[in-house]
Design a protein around this ligand. Structure first.
Ligand code: ZN
Length: 219
């Protein structure tokens, strides 16, 4: 009788261990599947004949947007996500074409990268995330706040908050979760200089990736 009990306990332990292993296998499979299924579009704003805003230090927004976007693209690819970039050279693309591409590819997330500028106010600085008011199935507002929080945490930059924008084509013509990250003010000398460095660009990228993953994984 005693022997039988010991055997039952052993069998139970082995069973629990097996179920645990199977569950671990299944959950990691779900993880990799969701990464594969979720196409992320990275959109470096402006390009070609459209320089975007021109920095107080003469830097061009289109170049900084492209540098940050390429780093973001590489980082997400390295983590196993399916990523599309709307331009990887200095070329002009209409905003409507960027939105159409994301819709055609059935992307799940659209992140447009821009830099800000303030007229007659060289002291304005900080990071802002723009989003389309959520009448879509997706919660753009929460996504915007989640990304902003992590970019601020990584950069130590000033918060310019999240802002509803109905008028931006890359937000109102895209069918998926979509935000514009305004990475800083090129009209502010300190921030313009920071935005030109790889170190600061990497901090922004790390923040965007962390925010994106927090949102996808539900915190
Ligand atoms: Zn811009």
């Amino acid at each position: 009788m005693k022997k039988l009990k010991t055997r039952n306990i052993l069998v139970a332990i082995v069973l629990v261990f097996m179920v645990f292993q199977i569950f671990r296998g299944v959950s990691s499979l779900i993880g990799s599947l969701s990464r594969k299924g979720n196409i992320i579009v990275i959109d470096p704003g402006h390009g070609g004949k459209d320089p975007g805003t021109i920095g107080i230090n003469n830097s061009l927004e289109k170049d900084i947007n492209l540098d940050i976007s390429k780093k973001l693209y590489k980082k997400l690819k390295g983590k196993g996500y399916e990523v599309i970039i709307t331009r990887d050279t200095d070329e002009y693309i209409e905003n409507i074409q960027r939105a159409k591409l994301a819709n055609k590819e059935k992307a799940k997330i659209f992140v447009s990268i821009h830099c800000n500028s303030a007229k007659n106010n060289s002291s304005a600085n900080g990071i802002q995330v723009l989003y389309y008011p959520s009448n879509k199935a997706t919660n753009n507002e929460l996504f915007a706040q989640t990304v902003l929080d992590e970019v601020l945490r990584n950069t130590g930059a000033n918060s310019k908050g999240i802002v509803e924008r109905k008028d931006l084509i890359v937000l109102n013509q895209t069918n998926m979760l979509a935000i514009v990250v305004e990475c800083g003010f090129l009209s502010n000398e300190d921030e313009a200089n920071l935005l030109g460095t790889h170190r600061y660009q990497r901090k922004i990228v790390n923040g965007i990736v962390k925010g994106l993953e927090n949102y996808i994984n539900g915190f």
